[in-house]
Design a protein around this ligand. Structure first.
Ligand SMILES: NC(=O)c1ccc[n+]([C@@H]2O[C@H](COP(=O)([O-])OP(=O)(O)OC[C@H]3O[C@@H](n4cnc5c(N)ncnc54)[C@H](O)[C@@H]3O)[C@@H](O)[C@H]2O)c1
Ligand SMILES: [Zn+2]
Length: 374
């Protein structure tokens, strides 16, 4: 068994956390190093491997086999793929299965999948027996770039997304870019959105690099993705290091997400998270321009950069229904939604805190515009 995964990984990014720093390994062909990662960062005899029913039979089974070969006692659990499974109901089914299997406080959860799995299994690990360690094995671009890093876990409820959850930092994250070969083009492009978001809030050069690489990324070039993922994770890790529990600065990662989450909920989760956030970023940039805070032309740059994700087909979402979901967002305070406003690509305006309230009329105008396809 090769124990030094840092040598095998093309990139290793250290993320600081109150519960201890953890590594994010990025590069092709890392899955077979998972037993070494578990024994180094989350040693346990008994493991619960959680995956959805699409990823489970492919990558989940390989992971479980490698862990069994390494001498672990592995309980495999799957749930139906898709955002509709990110619920308290699935959480209760999974935790009951773990209880039935007799898993104790000394078990470790290994989450193999997209952002739905990393959030859901993360919440299972955060709450099972008051918290057991988790190793995140993201398999979608979005989960590698964003969802598996930073420790936010949770489920959706009737009134909105991610409203029940917990912070639970992983012990390690293993992003094997070779698994992206089985991800379809639509889901692959969802990760592009969060990569562009990281550039839009923190680093114009990263934004430009992702736009330039968009063609290779669409073609599933594993090397191009490894670079894009590592650079994006570095930007996120830097934000999380400054404000892990979102007291203030970490809110900038929510750029595009107040309106994005409302669109996602108003579409009854028929559209992917990345796609909803793409519309959310364009709408929130237009909102910033309308407020006179964001440099004019910023929303146009975002619109152009996000075209591979937004231009596919028309978005059939009722603006007034989406508006109704805004104040339920967890970023709200005193029942009012809050918005992250850019100065320009690469920089957020912090003059009124990292997220601010905005007049309903301005929000409605931005939402109507983006949903009626300017
Ligand atoms: N916790 C966070 O910080 C954070 C950040 C961003 C997004 N999120 C959450 O992430 C979720 C969206 O993530 P997602 O887009 O990855 O959704 P997802 O987990 O539903 O994955 C999308 C689809 O791709 C499939 N899939 C994943 N990897 C695959 C692979 N390698 N091969 C074949 N199929 C594969 C899945 O089965 C699913 O059908 C949302 O719920 C969002 O709220 C969380
Ligand atoms: Zn997101």
């Amino acid at each position: 068994m090769i124990t030094d995964i840092s040598e095998a990984a093309r990139h290793t990014i250290e993320v600081s956390s109150a519960s201890g720093a953890y590594p994010v390994f990025v590069g092709p062909a890392l899955l077979d190093r998972l037993p070494a990662v578990v024994s180094t960062y989350a040693p346990a005899k008994r493991l619960a491997v959680i995956a959805d029913d699409q990823v489970g039979p492919v990558h989940g089974a390989l992971v479980a086999e490698a862990l069994i070969d390494a001498g672990h006692d592995v309980t495999c659990m799957t749930f139906p793929e898709g955002e509709a499974s990110k619920t308290r109901k699935t959480w209760s089914i999974l935790t009951d299965e773990m209880l039935d299997a007799g898993l104790g406080r000394d078990c470790v959860v290994v989450a193999v999948g997209g952002g739905v799995t990393t959030d859901l299994a993360g919440f299972v690990a955060a709450t099972y027996m008051r918290g057991v360690p988790i190793v995140q094995v993201p398999t979608s671009t979005l989960a590698m770039i964003d969802a598996s890093v930073g420790g936010k876990t949770g489920v959706d409820v009737r009134v909105g997304k991610n409203l029940v959850g917990a912070f639970h930092a992983p012990r390690a994250v293993v992003a094997d870019t070779a698994v992206l070969a089985t991800l379809d083009a639509t889901n692959r492009s969802e990760g592009l959105v969060e990569a562009l978001k990281h550039g839009a809030i923190r680093d114009e050069a990263h934004f430009t690099a992702v736009v330039k690489a968009a063609h290779s990324l669409a073609e599933a070039d594993a090397d191009a993705w490894a670079e894009c993922i590592a650079a994006s994770v570095r930007l996120k890790a830097d934000v999380v290091a400054q404000d892990e529990f979102e007291g203030g600065f970490r809110q900038i990662l929510n750029f595009g997400h107040t309106i994005g989450h409302a669109i996602e909920a108003a579409a009854d989760y028929r559209i992917g998270h990345g796609r909803a956030v793409a519309y959310g970023m364009i709408a929130e940039a237009r909102l910033g321009e309308r407020l006179g805070v964001t440099d004019s032309g910023t929303a146009d740059r975002l619109t152009e950069a996000l075209a591979p994700v937004t231009a596919r087909d028309a978005l059939d979402v009722d603006p007034s229904r989406a508006f109704g979901f805004l104040d339920a967002d967890k970023k709200s305070r005193g029942g009012r939604a809050r918005y992250v406003v850019l100065c320009r690509i690469g920089e957020v305006d912090g003059a009124e805190g990292w997220a601010r309230e905005v007049d309903d009329d301005d929000v409605k105008a931005a939402l109507d515009g983006v949903l009626s396809g300017w």
